[in-house]
Design a protein around this ligand. Structure first.
Ligand code: NAD
Length: 297
């Protein structure tokens, strides 16, 4: 019961990572405000979870809606101890040479501004809480492996998630004086609805698509299984707990080793790019030598 007596706000709680994290916090004693635009899914998560889970309708791309969420959680319980800024979607898929201004803005509002204002409107309700005295007041933001570099997601999403990491550091510095810690998690490929939603996969094909995604992500990383929402929830719970009272302004990669490096770093059957290059060089030299010999005869 690490979170007994604490008030926790989780955005994007109707599905995937947010659902698993809201459920875990409530299971460990917190009063959890589970916010989402998906009312049906959010209410189902609250009904199925163990403990005190309360659904709140909130659209994180609307700052007034974020403020209303934080205000209502605080007015019902007296304040907020932990916020998990999690809600987002894949955003615009266009490359940088094709993206339109409104697509860019929509993605940034959803991925980055939502987190900034999740912090902005929660902090007035976090200041002076008992949890600020013992390291238990905490904000956790969701970034992504996509923040590391290209290749994991569309460009606008990747840039927004990199912004979330920088925001996390700046906010940690701003809020330390109030005893509020700010950290991030960077999920790798986690088996949730985000891919099928972003790719607009029809309902009847979703479970097949999710199985394919889980299998291919298992093959792409050293830990040979698909990542699960619970894997991220456990990292969030650690960052929010008193055990992390000396941890702020940082992020935890939870990616099954996806970002350790190219495949040959962990798969002994794979050839390294350098080995391939050297082999090619040898072949070129051998061909040149053979050509010279032929010319001399
Ligand atoms: N699944 C992954 O592999 C992965 C990898 C890196 C980062 N992430 C991040 O993890 C977070 C959670 O994603 P997930 O994988 O659980 O996806 P998901 O689609 O399963 O859940 C996202 C939830 O956010 C909600 N949501 C979307 N837009 C919203 C809005 N405007 N306001 C309020 N709620 C909204 C959705 O209704 C949904 O319930 C996101 O920030 C995502 O970018 C996920």
């Amino acid at each position: 019961m690490r979170f007994s007596g604490k008030t926790v706000v989780v955005t994007g709680a109707a599905s995937g990572i947010g659902a698993a994290t809201a459920t875990l916090f409530a299971h460990e004693g917190a009063v959890v405000f589970a916010a989402d635009i998906n009312e049906e899914g959010g209410k189902m998560v609250c009904d199925q979870g163990q403990g005190d889970l309360r659904f709140v309708h909130c659209d994180v791309s609307d700052t007034a809606s974020i403020k209303a969420l934080m205000d209502s959680a605080a007015s019902e319980t007296g304040g907020i101890d932990t916020v998990f800024n999690n809600a987002a979607a894949g955003g615009a898929r266009a490359p940088i040479d094709e993206i339109e201004p409104d697509e860019w803005d929509m993605t940034m509002d959803l991925v980055l501004r939502s987190v900034a204002f999740g912090i902005r409107y929660a902090v007035p309700h976090m200041k002076g809480r008992p949890s600020t005295q013992n390291g238990g007041a905490s904000i956790v933001n969701v970034s992504s492996v996509a923040a590391i570099g290209p290749g994991y997601s569309p460009t606008a999403f990747a840039v927004g998630k990199a912004g979330v990491l920088h925001l996390t550091k700046c906010a940690a510095a701003d809020l330390a004086q109030y005893g509020i810690r700010v950290n991030a998690v960077q999920p790798g490929f986690i088996n949730t609805n985000i891919f099928t939603t972003s790719l607009e996969i029809p309902e009847e094909m979703k479970s097949m698509a999710k199985a394919v995604i889980a299998q291919s992500s298992a093959n792409a990383q050293p830990v040979a299984r698909g990542g699960q929402p619970k894997d991220i929830a456990e990292a969030v719970a650690y960052l929010a707990s008193d055990a992390a009272s000396f941890v702020t302004g940082t992020s935890i990669l939870v990616d099954g080793g996806l970002t350790v490096g190219p495949r040959h770093c962990w798969d002994e059957e794979a050839e390294s790019p350098m080995a391939a290059l050297l082999a090619m060089e040898e072949q070129v030299k051998a061909a040149a030598a053979a050509g010279a010999e032929a010319a001399n005869t």
